[in-house]
Write a protein that binds this ligand. Structure first.
Ligand SMILES: Cc1cc2nc3c(=O)[nH]c(=O)nc-3n(C[C@H](O)[C@H](O)[C@H](O)COP(=O)(O)OP(=O)(O)OC[C@H]3O[C@@H](n4cnc5c(N)ncnc54)[C@H](O)[C@@H]3O)c2cc1C
Length: 401
């Protein structure tokens, strides 16, 4: 990189969120530079499953937000230059506990009222559609517009589209410090040189707090570890992706009944996704153990055991590998999509288990914020100000370039 560069905006982080932000900024006519210290999807976005979901939010504003975010994938599928293995086959929420049925039925009615395409299969219908399902599974609530995709291909496609719309992509480039002048952002120092800019967007997943700290912005995001097992190629095991209802309890840190002590301790909840390569991804777990991404045999065992409960024939299959990643978690489980009290500094991070699902909507909103526009959908409740850790941010219009 030459010693002197300028940009209308610099996005830090080449995961699903950062590449989406860069893509929408470039499409919005902003001269944007994306800086990633590794390659695309170097962080959590390569260590996850690729579900784009609406099943895990109770009816309300955030549910509508997730649905709006999901619709953008149906649009992006038409314009992104890379096949990101978008599979709009729906995702089923499996219920194996009688005591959850009532809540699931209420959720079904609430989501229907919000205009969701949902269907409820009883035990017989589920067995008819998924002959390999375990005996203990009682029902399945299907979110027919939920979809799966390949997150690495998504990041690559978004970055390519950003580039085609004029963005500069700097991979293998690490941001080492952020600069201000007269109180507002003035540039980004990298290990390959300085970039002068008035707008910096922190889309750096679990690393966002350390970047915010460079300008005295306190960003409360913690890494929350999760494991995924990958099986050998299998045929005919299942027809689409599923998640157990207990996943919602685990996500919200609630106590689980009818699981082993290890499953409870490691926050294990069943998630399954057939990949287009023919392998099957089986997850997952949730716990706070710092930045540790080493797969742990005890967690892997608990995930496998939970998998066998829902699809018993999984126990006959060989595992190819296991990986772990760290979700960027906030204390209230909402992302931070926000201006900050430092003019020109924006945050798009903290999506926990929804960073793939909400990547495009975050990109679109961030593009609007940077350009000084009011977001097309209410995001005030995702402001960093909600934590009360920093002085309040300036109104949106005052932070634009
Ligand atoms: C097991 C598991 C399963 C999951 N399943 C799903 C799912 O099905 N659906 C879903 O929606 N979400 C899922 N998630 C969550 C999702 O993976 C994350 O929310 C998402 O990947 C976060 O994306 P991001 O772009 O914010 O962060 P990241 O992908 O971590 O990207 C941040 C980037 O910033 C870069 N960076 C950091 N510091 C610097 C620096 N100083 N200079 C330059 N670059 C820097 C990093 O290298 C990294 O590439 C899952 C997560 C896990 C762990």
């Amino acid at each position: 990189m030459s010693s002197k560069r300028t940009a209308g905006a610099v996005v830090i982080g080449g995961g699903a969120v950062g590449t989406a932000v860069a893509c929408y900024l470039a499409m919005g006519g902003v001269d944007v530079t994306l800086v990633e210290r590794g390659e695309f999807a170097w962080g959590t976005s390569r260590r996850c499953e690729g579900h784009v979901v609406t099943y895990d939010t109770p009816p309300g504003d955030y549910s509508v937000f997730c649905k709006t975010g999901q619709n953008l994938f149906y649009e992006a599928q038409k314009f992104l230059p890379v096949d990101f293995e978008f599979t709009p086959e729906g995702i089923g929420l499996l219920v194996d506990d009688e005591s959850h049925l009532e809540t699931v039925k209420e959720n079904y009615e609430g989501k229907k009222k919000e205009g969701y395409d949902v269907t409820l299969w009883d035990r017989d219908e589920l067995r008819h559609r998924e002959p390999n399902i375990g005996d203990k599974v009682l029902a399945c609530l299907n979110f027919n517009n939920d979809c799966t995709l390949n997150p690495m291909r998504l990041c690559f496609g978004l970055a390519k589209h950003a580039e085609a719309n004029g963005a500069t992509i700097l991979s293998r480039t690490q941001v080492t410090s952020l600069r201000t002048e007269n109180g507002r952002v003035s540039g980004v120092e990298t290990d390959k040189g300085f970039i002068a800019t008035k707008n910096v967007i922190l889309a750096s997943g679990v690393w966002t707090p350390q970047l915010g700290a460079m300008l005295g912005v306190n960003i409360p995001i913690r890494p929350r570890q999760g494991h995924i097992l990958v099986t050998e190629r299998v045929k005919g095991l299942l027809s689409k992706a599923y998640v157990e209802y207990g996943y919602l309890l685990t996500k919200h840190g609630l106590k689980r009944e009818n699981v082993t002590p290890d499953m409870d301790k490691f926050g294990v909840a069943f998630v399954i996704e057939p990949s287009s390569a023919g392998t099957v991804l089986v997850g997952s777990s949730r716990r706070f153990v710092g930045m540790d991404i080493r797969p742990h045999p005890a967690v892997m065992r608990a995930v496998a055991e939970r998998g066998n409960h829902f699809f018993p024939t999984l126990s006959d299959m060989r595992l190819l590998r296991c990986y772990a990643g760290v979700r960027p978690a906030t204390s209230d489980e909402l992302p931070i999509i926000s201006t900050t009290h430092v003019p020109g500094l924006f945050v798009g991070a903290g999506h926990e288990g929804l960073g793939i699902s909400l990547s495009l909507i975050t990109g679109k909103i961030m593009s609007e914020l940077v350009r000084g526009e009011t977001p097309f959908i209410d995001t005030s409740y995702m402001s960093i100000d909600r934590f009360g850790f920093n002085p309040p941010a300036l109104p949106v219009g005052e932070t634009s370039a």
